[in-house]
Design a protein around this ligand. Sequence first.
Ligand SMILES: [Zn+2]
Length: 429
Amino acid sequence: MPDQALYERISQEVDRREEEILDVVRQLLRIPTATPPGENYDQMVALMLPYFQQIGFTAERIDMPEAVFEERCRSYYPQMQGVRSNLLAKLHVGAEEGVLWYAHFDTVPVDPSLWSVPPYEGVVKEGKIWGRGTSDAKGECAAAICAFRILHALGIEPRYNVTVALTSDEEIGPYSGLMYLADLGRFDDCHYFHSLDGGSDRISIGANGTLTWTITVRGKSVHSGSSFLGVNPIEHSHTLFAELLALKEQVGTRRSAMPAPADLAQETGISTIRPVFNITMARGGLKHNIIPPEFVIEGDRRFIPEEDEEEVRREIQAAVDRARARDPQLDCTLKINPVYTSFFSDPHHPWPRKVQEVVRFVTGEEINICGSQGSTDVAYTVKKTGLVSASFGVGRARESNGHGVDENARISDILNLVKVICTLATKAV
Ligand SMILES: [Zn+2]
């Protein structure tokens, strides 16, 4: 039975504190944390720490050691710069079970010239707050901060032991702050996992894995007037493109058992998550009259939980090998970089059902439990800890423009997320 009176107290207090909650979002927006490079993480953690320390949490800043960062992040993405700080806050109330709440405070980069609002200020208009990270995932970091402050102000003790991890480098990988904390065993006292890095229009229990690939094609650079003396790496890539596109078609026929988000299913008729192979970058050549020395082709591969990551790698290598066999002058090498693994939690497990019930109670909406085409550091964390994860956050797939220009979040969605966290934490529903 829902504790209606308890819920009403929480709900009214959240609504009453709307300005305060938006102010916390704005404070987080003002510190640029786009990765790469991912600077100012220490400053971000310094801003958030007191919010937890003031309400009785044990809160600490945990930096990824420089050597670990170098080996597991920067060797893949050299543009990454700065100290890799993370926040871990815990409140032990003597409960038998613990819940992990997680969001990331790094963002994707911004080109302010394309935005109609300043990206770091948190302008409020049309019932929304606008800025980089409002929906992915600084709005969610603010919701976590405010939820536990509101419970504390009301004198309501959570009925779970609480762990809050606000961490860095989710947007780049391949080894994020959350994954590092999981490896340190800092979530060993948790039983359930509410990832706030999600939308308010879906409850996600799984995600595709991702890797990126780079093919470097070498040629022999000469004057274009005598191009027959050289080797043109762009022209010799046509067999490569043919094989990669054949692989793309083959990959695109596969389906996961994981249900797709409702909006995607409605738009495309595809009711389950699918893998994809993409060619997303190509560069080479200096001038019309020079046969270029090199041509670089890059892309990514999203793989469903049913696919084996090693096999996924072998498939790409095999496509490159076939292209080479067809054209002996094609001189190329393939490099594959990891990003995130895949995961798929049981959609019928009581925890995602619980999150769905609480969301229904708070919002009045029936939100479907599904998988994500995207990828996340939650996957590794779930595999490492064995926790069952359900993600519900802020932002709408067709509205909030996460990763795009003019990113925004409905204020009502942020307030609802604060209510969902409070309600879950207190078992009011
Ligand atoms: Zn995110």
